[in-house]
Design a protein around this ligand. Sequence first.
Ligand SMILES: *[C@@H]1O[C@H](CO)[C@@H](O)[C@H](O)[C@H]1NC(C)=O
Ligand SMILES: *[C@@H]1O[C@H](CO)[C@@H](O)[C@H](O)[C@H]1NC(C)=O
Ligand SMILES: *[C@@H]1O[C@H](CO)[C@@H](O)[C@H](O)[C@H]1NC(C)=O
Ligand SMILES: *[C@@H]1O[C@H](CO)[C@@H](O)[C@H](O)[C@H]1NC(C)=O
Ligand SMILES: *[C@@H]1O[C@H](CO)[C@@H](O)[C@H](O)[C@H]1NC(C)=O
Ligand SMILES: *[C@@H]1O[C@H](CO)[C@@H](O)[C@H](O)[C@H]1NC(C)=O
Ligand SMILES: *[C@@H]1O[C@H](CO)[C@@H](O)[C@H](O)[C@H]1NC(C)=O
Length: 361
Amino acid sequence: MATAFLSLFVLVSFLCFLNFPLIDSFKADLYVSADNAPPIFEPTSIIIAFIDNLLDFTVEAEDPENRPHLTYSLVGAPPDPDLSLSSDGQLTWTPKQNSTLVVNVMAADECSASSTQSLTVMARDCPCQNGGSCPPFALDSPDNINCTCNGTGFTGQMCDVDVDECLNSPCDHGVCNNTVGGFHCECEQYYTGPLCDQETPCFSYRCPDNGTCADIPGAIQCTICPEESSGNSSLCVVIEISLDPCSSNPCYHNVTCDVLDDVYTCGPCPAGMTGDGVECVKDVTELQGSSWYQQPVNIALLSVGAVTVAAALIGVAVWRVKSHNATRGKVGDLPLEERRKSHPSQDLHVEEMSDQDDKVD
Ligand SMILES: *[C@@H]1O[C@H](CO)[C@@H](O)[C@H](O)[C@H]1NC(C)=O
Ligand SMILES: *[C@@H]1O[C@H](CO)[C@@H](O)[C@H](O)[C@H]1NC(C)=O
Ligand SMILES: *[C@@H]1O[C@H](CO)[C@@H](O)[C@H](O)[C@H]1NC(C)=O
Ligand SMILES: *[C@@H]1O[C@H](CO)[C@@H](O)[C@H](O)[C@H]1NC(C)=O
Ligand SMILES: *[C@@H]1O[C@H](CO)[C@@H](O)[C@H](O)[C@H]1NC(C)=O
Ligand SMILES: *[C@@H]1O[C@H](CO)[C@@H](O)[C@H](O)[C@H]1NC(C)=O
Ligand SMILES: *[C@@H]1O[C@H](CO)[C@@H](O)[C@H](O)[C@H]1NC(C)=O
């Protein structure tokens, strides 16, 4: 008995799934006898969409018979022209202003048993602060979210709390000063860079006669005080030493740097690369490690090849249409509808199944 019922159920499900047009009335009988119940919507509170953000909310219903293929649709015209609902229940909308919509959604199973649900969708401003971004939707209240604060320098639910970037000690040789939305490193003597991780020229330079070194733009400044001056700075001598323009390594790795009239010049790029010596990029034809078809030249060749093949196919198609006019009347050339009439058996079944496959995908 149980087996018989199960078999009937599987048959009904299968026929419903096929959406077989010839047996619509038969299907309705089975539907009644198998007691097909309509889908049941998950209870949903008010859906909040954020202005100028894409709402992406998935409407969900369950079929009491656990049929996996429910089809969703809007009942009537969309309440806003920008709002849409895909057949798998994805509700999308990019609101432009404060508004409230009532969206009537229908869910149907393969046997056309359906139910509807009214959703309230409200558009509100994104409450995230300091450049944080809103999630694709909120439920009940616009504040019922966690903003994405990544990269803003802020944290907290609404990106309203300044991150103390100094907590993870970003300054290599300096003191960290937290600022609103960022941080600042105060470097120790002879270190520089935003993270105090670069040595200045004075770090390794030794001034003559125990002079003290100071880094100034483009040069080193040495203040040399004779021992007998004992603090009388008017006896000290200040000298400036121009920096080698190449000392900051302005050229690309392994490219020679030469000084010409107090300005650096970079030599040619390494073999297989092109550029001005400051920036060098790999030659297109010398690309290593990427597959043959990924290289731009080969992509171009493949494109030309594809266009040629397409042109050839179009040529064949045109030729076939022309010759078809001469041999009209073959069954195989009839449109699908006419073929169904002339072959009502096995062929029809196959066609219907593949139609359904397309819908499921
Ligand atoms: C939406 O309403 C809020 C509060 O009433 C208001 O502050 C905000 O400016 C409105 N936004 C738009 C885009 O009209
Ligand atoms: C926000 O994040 C907190 C902590 O991770 C979590 O407990 C809470 O449920 C989240 N709220 C929402 C609306 O996702
Ligand atoms: C934040 O963004 C960076 C890149 O911008 C990414 O590497 C990181 O994984 C993101 N973190 C989170 C929590 O999304
Ligand atoms: C940190 O930076 C702020 C603003 O840039 C400045 O006013 C303050 O004096 C700095 N504090 C320290 C300890 O450097
Ligand atoms: C540099 O100073 C050291 C001690 O501070 C001293 O011993 C040395 O003689 C000085 N050298 C010169 C060239 O003045
Ligand atoms: C510093 O040296 C100068 C030149 O020798 C001298 O005129 C001046 O009085 C000295 N100043 C002091 C405070 O010793
Ligand atoms: C620079 O040249 C050296 C030796 O000629 C070589 O070992 C190294 O890999 C080169 N570096 C780069 C970045 O090309």
